[in-house]
Ligand binder design. Structure first.
Ligand code: UD1
Ligand code: MG
Length: 450
């Protein structure tokens, strides 16, 4: 059976107190919408339809950045969850599989839960994901009889007895797409909110003699995000889970709570991460690499046996081969360092290729930007760049070449050559002693005059 996802993301998120649409607020440095899309993707959906409304253009751009095949539909006025789902009807015209409704602000559904939901479709026409709420608050309540779900009652419309039910509606529903749209046609808005409730489809289905069931999941999975405080709690929950997953997979985190991960951080087993390391998006660290304390990494790849930091910064496009060393106060951007290359102290390497085993001395700077264009620096293998060399790009240094410390290299250096590009040193015997004497004498006269 093929599956389509309908992701609801039209709401304003008033309680976020933000100009940014709620689903674009970030968790693990990715919009929560991406988390929801990724969660739904475990069902290998044939179609993904996202219902946008509030700031729809921004939502559309973000959704397409994550999945260019996603279909965006507009819900101009937010008249309720059933009305939101109805907007996906044309986009799913002719689709004859199951449709799963998810919320863009419910980012943590697990693979097991969604698979259980899909399996339950074998026994029911409509399946709703429910959870036992510690504090049922204003959630919709699931009214069941044995294994059958009879109806869902929204908090605002519930009686005192119904409000005592602790089995709550997560909002996630699965049904055949054609049936779903059929049932929605029968939903009205005669209720406490004057909204078209998606939840009404259960009672409508039951009245037609169709069956409805519940799959239960842990409350933590259906955690919705409505305020900054809930966003902060969701971030903490995400970090805790992501760290635990790494540790289970054989990564050493010396001080787990101090390591900040992104939604897509990938780290191989036996890698070691020291305290206070921040991972931005798109980082891959291979097995056995070591990331030392206070380093900041984003958009980069670190190979086996490499050692980074302490206090290193790897920016997007940093591609580090095996056994590379990047030491303290070194910034690498859009640069490939081949096997065993070393940049150990106080350097900037941007828009560059560094050959195998080459050593860049302390204070090496690639001057890659002329104020308008960026230029490349290419260094061969086994080269030695003297401390405080300025490599004014575009420039190349050949295999096995050297640059003298303090050089400003503006011309290509051939393989095996030594480039010296600095003033020649001249020693003037006794000059310093005479100068000191003169200066001290002047100071003494000034003090006597004062
Ligand atoms: C909904 C459910 C409730 C459930 C709760 C779980 C209904 C009627 N109620 O209530 O049973 O316990 O979620 O969190 O379905 N949305 C749109 N367009 C709209 C309305 C909503 O896209 O016109 C989106 C929102 O952006 C949000 C989701 O649908 O992602 C849920 O809407 P929300 O207003 O939060 O519903 P609740 O009142 O919380
Ligand atoms: Mg809600």
């Amino acid at each position: 059976m093929s599956t389509a996802l309908i992701l609801l993301a039209a709401g304003k998120g008033t309680r976020m107190e933000s100009d940014l649409p709620k689903v674009l607020h970030r968790i693990g440095q990715a919009p929560m919408l991406w988390h929801a899309m990724r969660a739904g993707a475990v069902l290998a959906p044939e179609r993904m339809v996202i219902v946008a409304g509030h700031e729809a253009d921004q939502v559309r751009a973000a959704a397409l950045e994550h999945d260019p095949d996603a279909q965006l539909v507009l819900q101009a006025d937010q008249l309720g969850t059933a009305h939101a789902v109805a907007q996906a009807r044309d986009a799913l015209g002719g689709f004859d599989g199951d449709a799963v409704v998810l919320y863009g602000d419910t980012p943590f559904l697990s693979e097991t839960t969604l698979e259980a939901l899909q399996s339950a479709r074998a026994s029911h026409d409509v399946v709703v994901l429910g959870f036992e709420a510690a504090d049922p608050g204003r959630y919709g309540r699931l009214v069941t009889q044995g294994d059958t779900l009879e109806r869902i009652v929204e908090y605002k419309d519930a009686t005192t007895e119904e409000r005592a039910i602790t089995l709550c509606n997560s909002g996630v529903v699965i049904a055949a797409a054609s049936l779903l749209f059929d049932l929605i046609d029968a939903v009205g808005n005669d209720n406490a909110s004057g909204e078209y409730y998606l939840t009404d489809i259960v009672a409508i289905a039951r009245a037609r003699g169709l069956s409805a069931g519940v799959v239960r999941c842990d409350e933590a999975e259906t955690l919705g995000i409505n305020s900054r405080a809930e966003l902060a709690r969701a971030e903490a929950a995400f970090q805790a889970r992501a760290r635990a997953e790494l540790v289970e997979n054989g990564v050493s985190l010396l001080a787990p709570d101090s390591v900040h991960l992104a939604w897509d951080t990938t780290i191989g087993r036996d890698a070691e991460i020291e305290p206070n390391v921040v991972f931005g998006p798109r980082v891959t660290v291979e097995s056995g690499a070591r990331i030392r304390a206070f380093s900041h990494l984003e958009g980069c790849h670190v190979s086996r046996g490499a050692v980074i930091g302490p206090y290193a910064r790897l920016r997007p496009g940093a591609e580090l081969a095996e056994d590379v060393r990047v030491g303290n106060f070194v910034e690498i951007k859009n640069a490939a360092l081949q096997e065993g290359a070393k940049v150990n102290h106080l350097s900037y390497v941007g828009d560059a290729e560094i050959g195998a085993r080459s050593n860049l001395g302390a204070g090496t700077i690639t001057c890659n930007y002329d104020g308008v264009f960026k230029h490349r620096t290419v260094i061969g293998r086994d080269a030695f760049i003297g401390s405080n060399t300025m490599l004014v790009a575009p420039v190349s240094v050949g295999d096995g070449a050297m640059t003298a410390s303090g050089s400003v290299v503006v011309k290509d250096v051939p393989a095996g050559a030594l480039a010296v590009a600095r003033g020649r040193q001249e020693n003037k015997p006794g000059f310093a002693t005479r100068l000191f004497d003169k200066l001290k004498a002047r100071k003494k006269t000034q003090q006597e005059d004062a």
